[in-house]
Design a protein. Structure first.
Length: 187
């Protein structure tokens, strides 16, 4: 699970931890990657993943994350909203997932190299309490995620949370994360 928050104890990370705790309770194996602690570059637009290899040709700390996400049945992307979008940390990771797409992804009926049937939870938190603000973020990314072999893509979003302290996520939002874990991880 790539966590895009620079705060390990922030709101988006707290929601992700609640999801993981429930998933682990259902006997799922979990992995978490705090992107802010890794050293990596964004996509270089080199198209090496479309011509020379079937994976991202950059060798850095994201190499392992990309491989783990590729093999996972369930994926969680978590980010606070910074300046009207996901964090640069998560955006850099997501740009590198371009390597999952086959060379003719725009016309291919199977545009991804990912195994089919994965599930994805997208977690967004924002300090602004108005849910109309930044409501465009998830639909924008969902458009691209649909190329990624995800059977289900769910959003858990918390508005009006933030600040510099410890996480302050409403209980109903944490419950939503648990519900998604139950749906995604029960066998």
């Amino acid at each position: 699970m790539p966590v895009g928050s620079p705060r390990a104890n922030g709101n988006s990370a707290a929601i992700a931890r609640r999801f993981l705790a429930k998933a682990e309770g259902l006997n799922a194996e979990t992995r978490t990657f705090e992107l802010n602690r890794l050293t990596y570059r964004g996509c270089q637009g080199c198209y090496g993943c479309k011509s020379a290899a079937d994976h991202c040709v950059l060798a850095d700390d994201l190499t392992q994350v990309l491989e783990v996400v590729k093999e996972a049945d369930v994926v969680v992307y978590a980010s606070p909203v910074y300046y009207g979008d996901i964090t640069a940390q998560l955006k850099g990771f997501m740009d590198r997932t371009f390597s999952y797409l086959v060379p003719d992804y725009e016309t291919n009926t199977q545009p991804t190299r990912l195994p089919p049937g994965k599930n994805l939870l997208f977690i967004l938190t924002q300090g602004d309490p108005d849910p109309e603000h930044f409501a465009d973020i998830f639909p924008r990314y969902e458009y691209f995620l649909k190329w990624g072999a995800f059977a289900q893509i769910r959003l858990v979003r918390a508005c009006g949370v933030g600040g510099e302290g410890a996480a302050d996520v409403p209980p109903d939002v944490l419950f939503q994360a648990e519900e998604v874990a139950s749906r995604f991880c029960e066998r």
